[in-house]
Write a protein that binds this ligand. Structure first.
Ligand code: SF4
Ligand code: SF4
Length: 430
C-alpha cells in the first residue's frame, strides 16, 4: 500500500512504525473473512482492511478522529484474528494501538462514554477499588432494569459473589517441591485476583508441584492491558512493573515471568515494543518481554507429571484470542490437557472471539452479546462435560449461559496431578 506521510511526520517513531505496517498491506482482503465484526456486520469498514484504510487516512492527514472512524475502530475487538490470517505479516495490533492513542488525544466522546471509560480505566487495574465497586454493584444489581443500557450491562456482568482476597497474591516466595528446576515470578493480575482468586492458587500449586519456585514480586500491579486498549498508555505502571521484576531478576534470578491470563501475557510480551524509544527502559522492557511466558509454555518446559486421577472427561478447549492470535499458542494447552487424561474436542469456529475482549463486553454490549451467543452455540454443539480456557475475560463472558462448567486450564491440570477438584465442576461421580 502506498503511503503519504511527510518527512516531518516520519520523525515521529509511531508514524514511522505505522508507515512500515501500512506498506506491508497489499489490500488482498483475506483478513476480512476471519474478522468477527465483518462476519456479523458485513461492512467493509467493520473489517480489518477497511479499518486499515480509515487509520491510514487519519494518521497521514494528522487530523482529529471523526465520529465515523471512532465508530468502526471502537467496534474492533483487537482479537487479532486478522493477524493470524494475513499472508503479508501486517502488524494490525501496533497500527490499531497507535490509532487508539490518536483517537484518545483528538476526539471528545459523549459525556456518558467519557465517564464509563474513565471509570473502567481507573477501577479495573486496582484490585482494592475493584472489589469495593463489585460489592456496590452486587447490591445495586436489582436496579439494573432502571438504569441506562451501559450501566445496566456493567451491573449484569458483575459476579453474584465476591470471594475474599487470597493470601497467594501477597508478595512472597513459594518453595519448589523436590529439586528446583526453575525460579519464576507470577503476575498476580488485577481483575482476576478479585473475581477468581482460585486461578492463582491453582497455578502456584501446579508450578511448585512440578519443581518451580514461585515468587510474587512486591511492587508489581496491573499489566496495563485494559487502559492500553482504550488508547491510554499506562507507562508509569509499566515502568514500575519492569523495575520490580528486573530488580528481582538481578537479586535472585528469574527464568520466566508466568502469566495465567492470556490478555495480560500478550501485553507483557509487547512491553519491549511499547517502551522501545525510552532510553532508560527500552533494554529492561525488552528483557521483561523475553521473560514473559504463558503458564502453558512453562508447563510444557517443566513436563507434566502423569495424572494422579484419570477422569477421561470430555473437555471443549476454548482458545482465547489473546493466546491463539496474540501469542500464537494454540496446541500447547490442548496437548497438556490430553496428557492430563482429558478427552479434548475441537470447537467449530474456534478462531472467532467470544466477545469478551477486555472491556469490549461493557463498551460494545450488543456485538459482544451476539458473539457470546454464537460461541455458546458452537460450544454446545460438541457436547462437552467441561469447557476450559486460559483467560479470565472469556471465562467470565461465557460462564453465564454455558451448558457445561467453565474452568481455567490450570485448574484442570492441577486437579489431574494431585490438586483439588475445581469448584466450578462441583460434586460429580468422577
Ligand atoms: S490480509 Fe493482510 S495484506 Fe491482505 S488486506 Fe488484510 S491486512 Fe492487508
Ligand atoms: S482485531 Fe479482530 S475485530 Fe479487529 S479488525 Fe482484526 S479480526 Fe477484526
Amino acid at each position: 500500500m502506498q503511503t503519504h506521510f511527510s518527512l516531518a511526520q516520519l520523525t515521529d517513531p509511531d508514524n514511522r512504525e505505522s508507515e512500515k505496517i501500512l506498506r506491508a498491506c497489499v489490500h488482498c482482503g483475506f483478513c476480512t473473512a476471519t474478522c468477527p465484526t465483518y462476519v456479523l456486520l458485513g461492512d467493509e469498514l467493520d473489517g480489518p482492511r477497511g479499518r486499515i484504510y480509515l487509520l491510514k487516512e487519519m494518521l497521514e492527514s494528522n487530523r482529529a478522529a471523526t465520529p465515523k472512524l471512532v465508530k468502526h475502530i471502537d467496534r474492533c475487538l483487537s482479537c487479532l484474528s486478522c493477524m493470524t490470517t494475513c499472508p503479508s505479516g501486517v502488524n494490525y495490533m501496533h497500527l490499531v494501538d497507535h490509532g487508539r492513542r490518536h483517537i484518545e488525544a483528538t476526539y471528545r466522546r459523549p459525556l456518558m462514554d467519557r465517564l464509563a471509560r474513565s471509570l473502567l480505566a481507573a477501577v479495573l487495574p486496582r484490585p482494592g477499588l475493584f472489589r469495593g465497586l463489585m460489592l456496590g454493584a452486587w447490591v445495586a444489581k436489582p436496579l439494573a432494569p432502571l438504569l441506562p443500557a451501559r450501566l445496566a450491562t456493567m451491573l449484569r456482568l458483575a459476579p453474584t459473589a465476591i470471594p475474599g482476597p487470597s493470601a497467594v497474591d501477597r508478595p512472597q516466595v513459594f518453595a519448589a517441591q523436590g529439586p528446583r528446576k526453575k525460579r519464576v515470578a507470577l503476575l498476580s493480575g488485577c481483575v482476576q485476583q478479585v473475581i477468581e482468586p482460585g486461578f492463582n492458587e491453582a497455578t502456584v500449586r501446579l508450578l511448585t508441584r512440578h519443581g518451580a519456585e514461585v515468587v510474587v514480586v512486591r511492587g508489581v500491579g496491573c499489566c496495563g492491558a485494559l487502559p492500553h486498549h482504550m488508547g491510554r498508555e499506562p507507562t508509569d505502571r509499566i515502568r514500575a512493573n519492569i523495575d520490580a521484576w528486573i530488580g528481582e531478576a538481578e537479586r535472585n534470578g528469574l527464568d520466566a515471568i508466568v502469566v495465567n491470563a492470556s490478555g495480560c501475557g500478550t501485553m507483557l510480551k509487547d512491553y519491549g515494543f511499547i517502551l522501545r524509544t525510552d532510553p532508560k527502559y527500552a533494554g529492561k522492557a525488552a528483557r521483561v518481554s523475553a521473560l514473559a511466558r504463558d503458564i502453558s509454555e512453562v508447563m510444557q518446559e517443566l513436563g507434566l507429571k502423569r495424572p494422579a486421577i484419570a477422569t477421561g472427561l470430555r473437555v471443549a478447549y476454548h482458545s482465547a484470542c489473546s493466546l491463539q492470535h496474540g501469542q500464537k499458542i494454540h496446541n500447547g494447552p490442548r496437548e497438556l490437557l490430553q496428557r492430563a487424561g482429558f478427552s479434548v474436542v475441537d470447537v467449530p469456529e474456534g478462531h472467532l472471539c467470544c466477545g469478551s475482549a477486555g472491556t469490549y463486553n461493557m463498551t460494545q454490549p450488543e456485538l459482544a452479546e451476539t458473539l457470546k451467543a454464537r460461541k455458546l452455540r458452537n460450544l454446545a454443539s460438541v457436547q462437552p462435560e467441561i469447557i476450559a480456557a486460559g483467560n479470565i475475560g472469556c471465562i467470565t463472558q461465557l460462564r453465564d449461559g454455558a451448558d457445561a462448567p467453565i474452568v481455567h486450564t490450570v485448574e484442570l491440570l492441577d486437579w489431574a496431578t494431585g490438586g483439588p477438584r475445581p469448584k466450578a465442576i462441583g460434586d460429580t461421580d468422577r
